[in-house]
Structure formats: structure tokens, C-alpha cells
Design a protein. Structure first.
Length: 170
């Protein structure tokens, strides 16, 4: 997998975790106010969304390192040193991700809506949602996978049955 594809895959995965963002066409969106951007950044922090992006820099550096190691394993020591320095040097670029996500939030929610969402997350129910949601999502994904596997088995069996009715030997 190329570094560009790794970045794209990681970014897509992170974007899925940001379930509050409704991506509407941004061409007609007004520029968000500084207060809206600040509220959006606070929302990103309170929901833990930055944790979704945290592994991106290290992952990209590691993938690049692996590409070079595959070509020449003797480069391991130098690549380890370079990788460590690059992760540190690139860390300030992390703000690019959070700034863009904040812009997306503030382009899709008004400043007041962002404040209302933040207010909810500060309530007991909001805090509980933040705490329980990862477990619920994990359990939901496991259930959905099991359900899809069972459905797949049923569809395959039904198709086989229908094909046999039509004279196909399987």
C-alpha cells in the first residue's frame, strides 16, 4: 500500500468516526466566525475526535520507513533515527487536521448549534454518551458483521436453490 493510500485510508476511517459532521456542499457555505471555529475545536476535543487522528503522522512515517526497508534492510538503523526525528518534526502539522475538521463542523453548524452541542456533551447524559458510545459502536459493528455473514449464507443457499430449480448443477 502506498503512503498516499495509507493516508487516504486513515483519513476516511477518522472521518467515519465524526458522526456529527454532515457533509453538505461547502461551495455556498459562508466563512465560519472565529467563535464558531473555536466552538468546533472545543467540540473536537470534548468528543475525543483528535484521538482518531493521533496515529496518522506516526503511521505515515512508519509506512514510508517500511517501503525503504523492503528495498534495503541494511538501512534499519538510519531509518529508525530518521523516523523518530520526522515524527517529532511533523507533529505541528497535526493542527492542519484539527483545523480542517473544525472548519467542516463550523461550515455545517451555526455557532449557536455548536454551543448547544457542547452544552449537551457537558451534561450527565452527554458525558455518558461519550463514555458508552465506543462500546456501543464496537458491539454494533460486531453484530452487523455477524448478521451480514448469516444473511450471506442464507442468500447463497437461496440462490443455489433457485439455480437448481432452473436446472443448473452446482
Amino acid at each position: 500500500m502506498s503512503v498516499a493510500k495509507a493516508i487516504e485510508s486513515a483519513a476516511r476511517a477518522a472521518a467515519l468516526g465524526l458522526s456529527l459532521v454532515i457533509f453538505s456542499p461547502l461551495a455556498n457555505a459562508q466563512q465560519p466566525t472565529p467563535a464558531a471555529l473555536a466552538s468546533a475545536k472545543e467540540l473536537i476535543a470534548i468528543t475525543g475526535a483528535t484521538a482518531l487522528f493521533s496515529p496518522l503522522i506516526a503511521g505515515v512515517v512508519e509506512q514510508a520507513k517500511v517501503l525503504y526497508l523492503q528495498q534495503n534492510p541494511a538501512l534499519a538503523k538510519d531509518l529508525n533515527d530518521i523516523s523518530t526525528r520526522m515524527r517529532t518534526d511533523l507533529q505541528p502539522r497535526f493542527a492542519e487536521l484539527t483545523d480542517e475538521v473544525a472548519r467542516l463542523y463550523s461550515a455545517n453548524f451555526t455557532e449557536q448549534e455548536l454551543k448547544d452541542i457542547l452544552a449537551f456533551y457537558r451534561t450527565t447524559a452527554g458525558k455518558k454518551l461519550l463514555a458508552e458510545q465506543p462500546k456501543i459502536v464496537d458491539a454494533s459493528m460486531k453484530f452487523a458483521q455477524d448478521w451480514a455473514n448469516t444473511l450471506s449464507d442464507q442468500v447463497i443457499a437461496k440462490m443455489r436453490e433457485e439455480l437448481k430449480k432452473r436446472g443448473h448443477a452446482l
